[in-house]
Ligand binder design. Structure first.
Ligand code: MG
Length: 373
């Protein structure tokens, strides 16, 4: 059937999810949840088109991982949906949330089979418990728990969502503007993963891969007279600091590149372009913190890092312990899993001529284990 587009919403901030990983980035095998669910639902039916809505900051990283069209989300679910609808050319659209990861084919087919019945086809479940509103017990037979995915007539949905009022699902918007809603039997497996306790439901899909990933980083900065020298977040007494757009903390820059390398997330220049004036003279500790936050968001845990500082001057030995104690907490890493080494170049080359400092770093990551915490 070539008249139906699938939209998957994956732009959320996981604000009710009390772990550093965003739920769309929890891993099943190697795939982040958003990709796993996209592939899973895509196989259930011959959709004319598939659109995934992403957080604007995650869009380019997500696009590298698949050929599906990815569009930028907005502030709210409704805003995200409007952005996706602008790309839909089919008369019908099926909208689901990535967090409804365990949807099965039967539910999708029930919606598709009923598509002519109304402007919006909705899975609904009854309520088994007693329901009280204020002090009044309500006849629970009259209560319906509405789920997504929902299948809508595209034109009706576009009109219905052209409003500043924020609806929590498509059918409410469609009914509010005079459209019709038809119910099909819902499925408990379509319930949304909202809180950390809901994660057990994902175990039917698989577990995160136990593989670990290694990245390397290398950076050099020349000395500049009259600047404060900062190495590994530690201020070091010296007649010169480093020439740089930021504070020139060459240790942190190499470390960031190692972390990004292990996560396959590009390099420091992509994350913090030196053409951007926000980063002028910035404390590199802030950059490291932001980088680590991103790595955690994308489903990784830092396991280990090893840094080699190559300097003829200054003497690094007396500062190694302080650097370790400064950097480890910024990475949410035990200091016992961060190693700092120092060497010289035996007076050879630009480092030997005391023109600057070079740093090599290696970092290892693994996926966040959402099953065992
Ligand atoms: Mg640098």
């Amino acid at each position: 059937m070539y008249d139906l587009t699938l939209i998957l919403l994956a732009a959320g901030n996981s604000s009710r999810f009390k772990i550093p990983v965003k739920k769309q980035w929890l891993r099943i095998g190697h795939d982040p949840l958003w990709l796993f669910v996209t592939n899973r639902i895509t196989k259930m039916f011959g959709f004319a088109d598939i659109i995934v809505v992403a957080h604007p900051e995650e869009l380019s990283f997500m696009q590298q991982m698949c050929d599906v069209r990815i569009v930028a989300g907005g502030e709210t679910r409704q805003h995200s949906l409007r952005n996706a609808l602008a790309h839909v050319t089919t008369p019908y659209v099926l909208v689901s949330d990535i967090a409804r990861a365990c949807i099965d084919t039967n539910l999708i087919m029930r919606l598709i089979d009923a598509k002519e019945c109304a402007d919006c086809i909705v899975p609904a479940l009854g309520v088994n418990d007693t329901v009280v509103y204020g002090d009044e017990t309500i006849a629970r037979e009259a209560i319906k728990r509405i789920q997504t995915p929902q299948l809508s007539r595209t034109a009706v949905l576009c009109t219905a969502l052209d409003t500043p009022f924020d609806y929590t699902d498509e059918s409410s918007a469609i009914v509010a503007c005079g459209g019709t809603r038809h119910y099909v039997e819902g499925d408990i497996r379509a319930d949304k993963i909202t809180r950390i306790n809901d994660l057990a439901a994902l175990e039917c899909l698989g577990a995160p891969s136990l593989m670990s990933f290694t990245g390397n980083g290398f950076d050099v900065h020349p000395f500049e007279e009259g600047k404060q020298m900062v190495l590994g977040g530690v201020e070091i007494e010296s007649p010169y600091g480093f020439k740089a757009h930021s504070d020139g903390d060459v240790v942190i820059h190499a470390l960031i590149d190692a972390l990004l390398g292990a996560a396959c997330m590009g390099d420091i220049g992509m994350l913090f372009p030196d053409t951007d004036n926000t980063y002028k003279n910035i404390d590199s500790k802030v950059l490291l913190k932001r980088c680590v936050e991103k790595i955690h968001n994308f489903g990784f845990v830092i396991a280990h890092a090893d840094i080699t500082i190559i300097a003829q001057v200054p003497k690094i030995g007396p500062h190694k312990e302080q650097i370790r104690k400064t950097l480890a907490p910024l990475m949410n890493l035990s200091p016992t899993r961060l190693n700092i080494k120092a060497t010289t170049t035996e007076h050879l080359g630009f480092i030997g001529r005391k023109e600057g400092v070079g740093v090599m770093a290696t970092a290892s990551l693994h996926y966040f284990d959402w099953i065992n915490g």
